[in-house]
Write a protein that binds this ligand. Structure first.
Ligand code: NAD
Length: 486
């Protein structure tokens, strides 16, 4: 990859979990790949009073486990040369002048302001950057989720940031869009002629999108109590994946051409009536159980969680898209914590053959399916029926496996690496536009409202399972089953 021109990145929240676990390691990898020029600067800004040396020591010790075998002391030293530390209270305007002096040495460079802090600060940071004149024409801002907890609060944050940054400067990150298999799904759909004719209601029976975690709330009970699975995962990541599966072919890879198509999908999602919320959504909360062979506590016993909490740690919904292409095809989305496996995948189930000509029990039980897996491994498998060797004409599913590691020897970029590079380059295609984000909130709000108004509680499921029984029932009502049950 080509070395990028010198840039400055201000990483607000530079001592935080996200910065240490994802952002700094991603930037390190790009130093190693030769993409980040020696003159570029990464200015970590956070509340802690630390010297540059102390910050670098902390960063090296904290990031190292996330770098694995790619860590080497020489590359780290070269990376560290680009890093500076700036202690400040982002809410107070007092430090922005000094920040400006640090940046002012290079006013013509691309400036990336990365907001890796609580969204409560986004308005203040934007206002102070604006008031201090630090937002140049070549500046961009990267904002992390959660952008609000409903449509109104997301509008407030967007307004506050939008007062100082133009929409073309705002990079709303959804790291699922940066994942290699998601990119490959785009390549598969729009770089081949084979799939597009089949990619419609006539040939697709149902689509399943699963993001399952084995982790619990990991000490973030306070945060999770205010969020829940629908806001934390479904409103953003799962709906973005749905858009990638369902969108019409864009006219080009131009950011707005792609985002216009995603927006059309979001606007075509069939709205939920209160009755639909009862029949087409399932919410669950984990109780004590075992993940792997390790016993784990229930959600209500986690620190920071109310004993009578009504927060959902699991959600499954049946989404429908009111378009000619997708009418009648259910899109099942589910996500949960403390699930049986760590798994993120998209399953496209194609229809059965119209008329079976081979005998035997096996031949009709399975249809063709395409599985795009993001976790735990990254792969794409197309399941086809083939004849089992032997005397009888017995069909058996086999898969064409697009094994990324086998086919391509190059190191694959982590989602955050790709997205950070795109933000530096100013490439918006993989970032969420304001209208998309608001359309997603608009669609999930009736679910949130109905749940809030209902006396019902989330159904308990045992930690280490696939969620409450209602999740299977959601599909079985259509004569279908989740991929792992089929
Ligand atoms: P964190 O609590 O670990 O870190 C917060 C950072 O903000 C710290 O560096 C802290 O010093 C800084 N900060 C807090 N108050 C400040 C102030 N007044 N002035 C200056 N700095 C201040 O949080 P995190 O987990 O790194 O998350 C950061 C953001 O990213 C949040 O919006 C979070 O929701 C989002 N996010 C995090 C993850 C993740 O994996 N951690 C994933 C997706 C999104």
């Amino acid at each position: 990859m080509k070395t990028l021109p010198d840039f400055d990145m201000v990483l607000f929240g530079g001592t935080g979990d996200l910065a240490m676990r994802k952002l700094l390691p991603a930037l390190y990898q790009q130093v190693k790949a030769g993409t980040l020029s020696a003159g570029s600067r990464i200015l970590a800004a956070a509340r802690k009073q630390l010297s540059r040396e102390a910050f670098l020591e902390l960063a090296e010790a904290t990031c190292r486990p996330f770098l694995g075998e790619s860590y080497d002391p020489d590359t780290w030293r070269s990376f560290a040369d680009r890093i500076h530390y700036f202690p400040m209270d982002v809410q107070s305007g007092a430090s922005y002048g000094a920040l400006g002096e640090r940046l002012g040495q290079h006013p013509d460079r691309v400036r990336v302001f990365y907001y890796s802090t609580s969204p409560d600060f986004f308005a203040a940071i934007s206002a102070h950057l604006g008031a201090t004149g630090l937002i140049t024409a070549d500046s961009r801002v990267v904002v992390e989720k959660p952008l609000g907890h409903d449509l109104e609060s997301s509008r407030e944050i967007n307004d506050a940031v939008g007062r100082h940054f133009a929409e073309r400067q705002i990079f709303r990150i959804d790291h699922y869009l940066g994942k290699e298999p998601v990119q490959n799904l785009l390549a598969l759909r729009f770089g081949n002629v084979l799939f597009e004719p089949l990619w419609r209601r006539e040939w697709v029976q149902d689509v399943q999108i699963t993001v399952a975690e084995q982790l619990g709330v990991e000490g973030r009970g306070d945060f999770y109590e205010r969020t829940g699975a629908l806001r934390d995962m479904l409103q953003n990541h799962l709906l973005q994946l749905l858009c990638i599966v369902a969108m019409e072919p864009p006219t080009s890879s131009d950011p707005d051409a792609v985002r216009d198509e995603k927006l059309k999908v979001l606007r075509s999602l069939k709205p939920f009536t209160p009755q639909d919320v009862v029949t087409k959504t399932v919410r669950g909360q984990y109780k004590a159980g075992a993940v792997g062979s390790r016993p784990v506590a229930g959600y209500a016993q986690e620190p920071g969680v109310a004993a009578d909490s009504r927060t959902e740690t699991f959600v499954a919904v049946k989404a429908e898209i009111d378009t000619w292409r997708w009418a009648g095809v259910p899109f099942f989305l589910r996500t949960g914590k403390r699930m049986s496996d760590k798994l993120a995948e998209i399953v496209i189930n194609f229809r059965q053959v119209p008329h079976p000509i081979f005998g035997g029990a096996d031949h009709t039980s399975r249809a063709n399916r395409l599985i795009i897996r993001m976790q735990p491994d990254e792969s794409m498998r197309l399941y086809l029926m083939a004849k089992q060797p032997g005397d009888a004409m017995t069909l058996h599913p086999v898969n064409l496996n697009l094994d990324f590691e086998e086919s391509f020897r190059e190191r694959r970029l982590e989602a955050y690496e790709r997205l950070l590079l795109d933000a530096i380059r100013g490439k918006l295609t993989l970032f969420v536009r304001r209208d998309e984000q608001e359309a997603a909130w608009h669609w999930v709000e009736p679910i949130l409202d109905s749940w809030a108004a209902s006396e019902d509680r989330p159904k308990l499921y045992t930690a280490g399972s696939w969620g409450p029984a209602g999740s299977s029932a959601l599909l079985s009502r259509d004569g279908l089953a989740w991929n792992e049950e089929d």
